[in-house]
Design a protein around this ligand. Sequence first.
Ligand SMILES: NC(=O)c1ccc[n+]([C@@H]2O[C@H](COP(=O)([O-])OP(=O)(O)OC[C@H]3O[C@@H](n4cnc5c(N)ncnc54)[C@H](O)[C@@H]3O)[C@@H](O)[C@H]2O)c1
Length: 246
Amino acid sequence: MSLKGKTAVVTGGGSGIGRACSVQLARDGAAVAVWDLNAESAAETVRLIEAEGGQAKAYIGDASDRASIEQILGRVRTELGPVLVLVNNAGITGFKAFLEISPEDLERIYRINLMGPFFLTQAAVPDMLAAGWGRIINISSSSAQTGAMGMTHYSSSKGGIVALTKSLAQEFAAQGITVNNIPPGFIDTPMTRSSPVDVDAIAAASPMKRAGKPEDIAAACGFLASEAAGYITGQTFGVNGGRVIY
Ligand SMILES: NC(=O)c1ccc[n+]([C@@H]2O[C@H](COP(=O)([O-])OP(=O)(O)OC[C@H]3O[C@@H](n4cnc5c(N)ncnc54)[C@H](O)[C@@H]3O)[C@@H](O)[C@H]2O)c1
């Protein structure tokens, strides 16, 4: 329960990886702000946490919109407390040939996957500076490590997340704030199931012969948020069942 008395914000907390991270951080003692565009799924995550005796509250809005960020963070501070753990998880995927990606496609994916985490981190870091302690965990993608054909807008947005992580880690290391990213590699979530890939075939061909579970990412997220991970910062913490090994 190393996060007892601390507040965590998880964007995209209503589904897949974000839901599992929310549940894990609540088990570790945090009061969790489950932030999602989808009110019903965020409420379900809160129900799951409360059923285990944890503390959580749903916040509904666009985590890439600066006005929503200011408004929601203000409510989180009043209702749960200052934000000391931030999981930038909300994201969208995209599959399109490079030459067919429109400026609108690119702007949408960069806004949600890269600019949202940038603005939200800017808004939350003052709480961590005031406490002299903070944990920022960015959910990137193994596509940023390997590249991904037909996903250049997506993979480049996630490459930006890796660079953002490294730069923030250096900027705030002396203030007690760690910043790391987890690049999931093929996790079985609603996002994966709605994508035009054969989930079961890819799972069968992978080293562990299975897709990852959201809980596999959540375990790493819980560790990176913990006291025990206090000397780890700026890292890309792969959770991919051996699909990507450097
Ligand atoms: N599933 C994988 O294999 C995989 C692989 C690599 C990276 N990722 C990354 O992990 C993260 C979570 O993915 P997932 O598979 O759990 O996806 P998911 O689609 O199951 O869940 C994403 C959640 O984010 C919410 N969301 C989307 N845009 C939002 C916004 N602007 N504001 C607030 N909420 C928003 C959605 O409503 C949804 O509940 C994403 O950033 C994704 O790119 C996933």
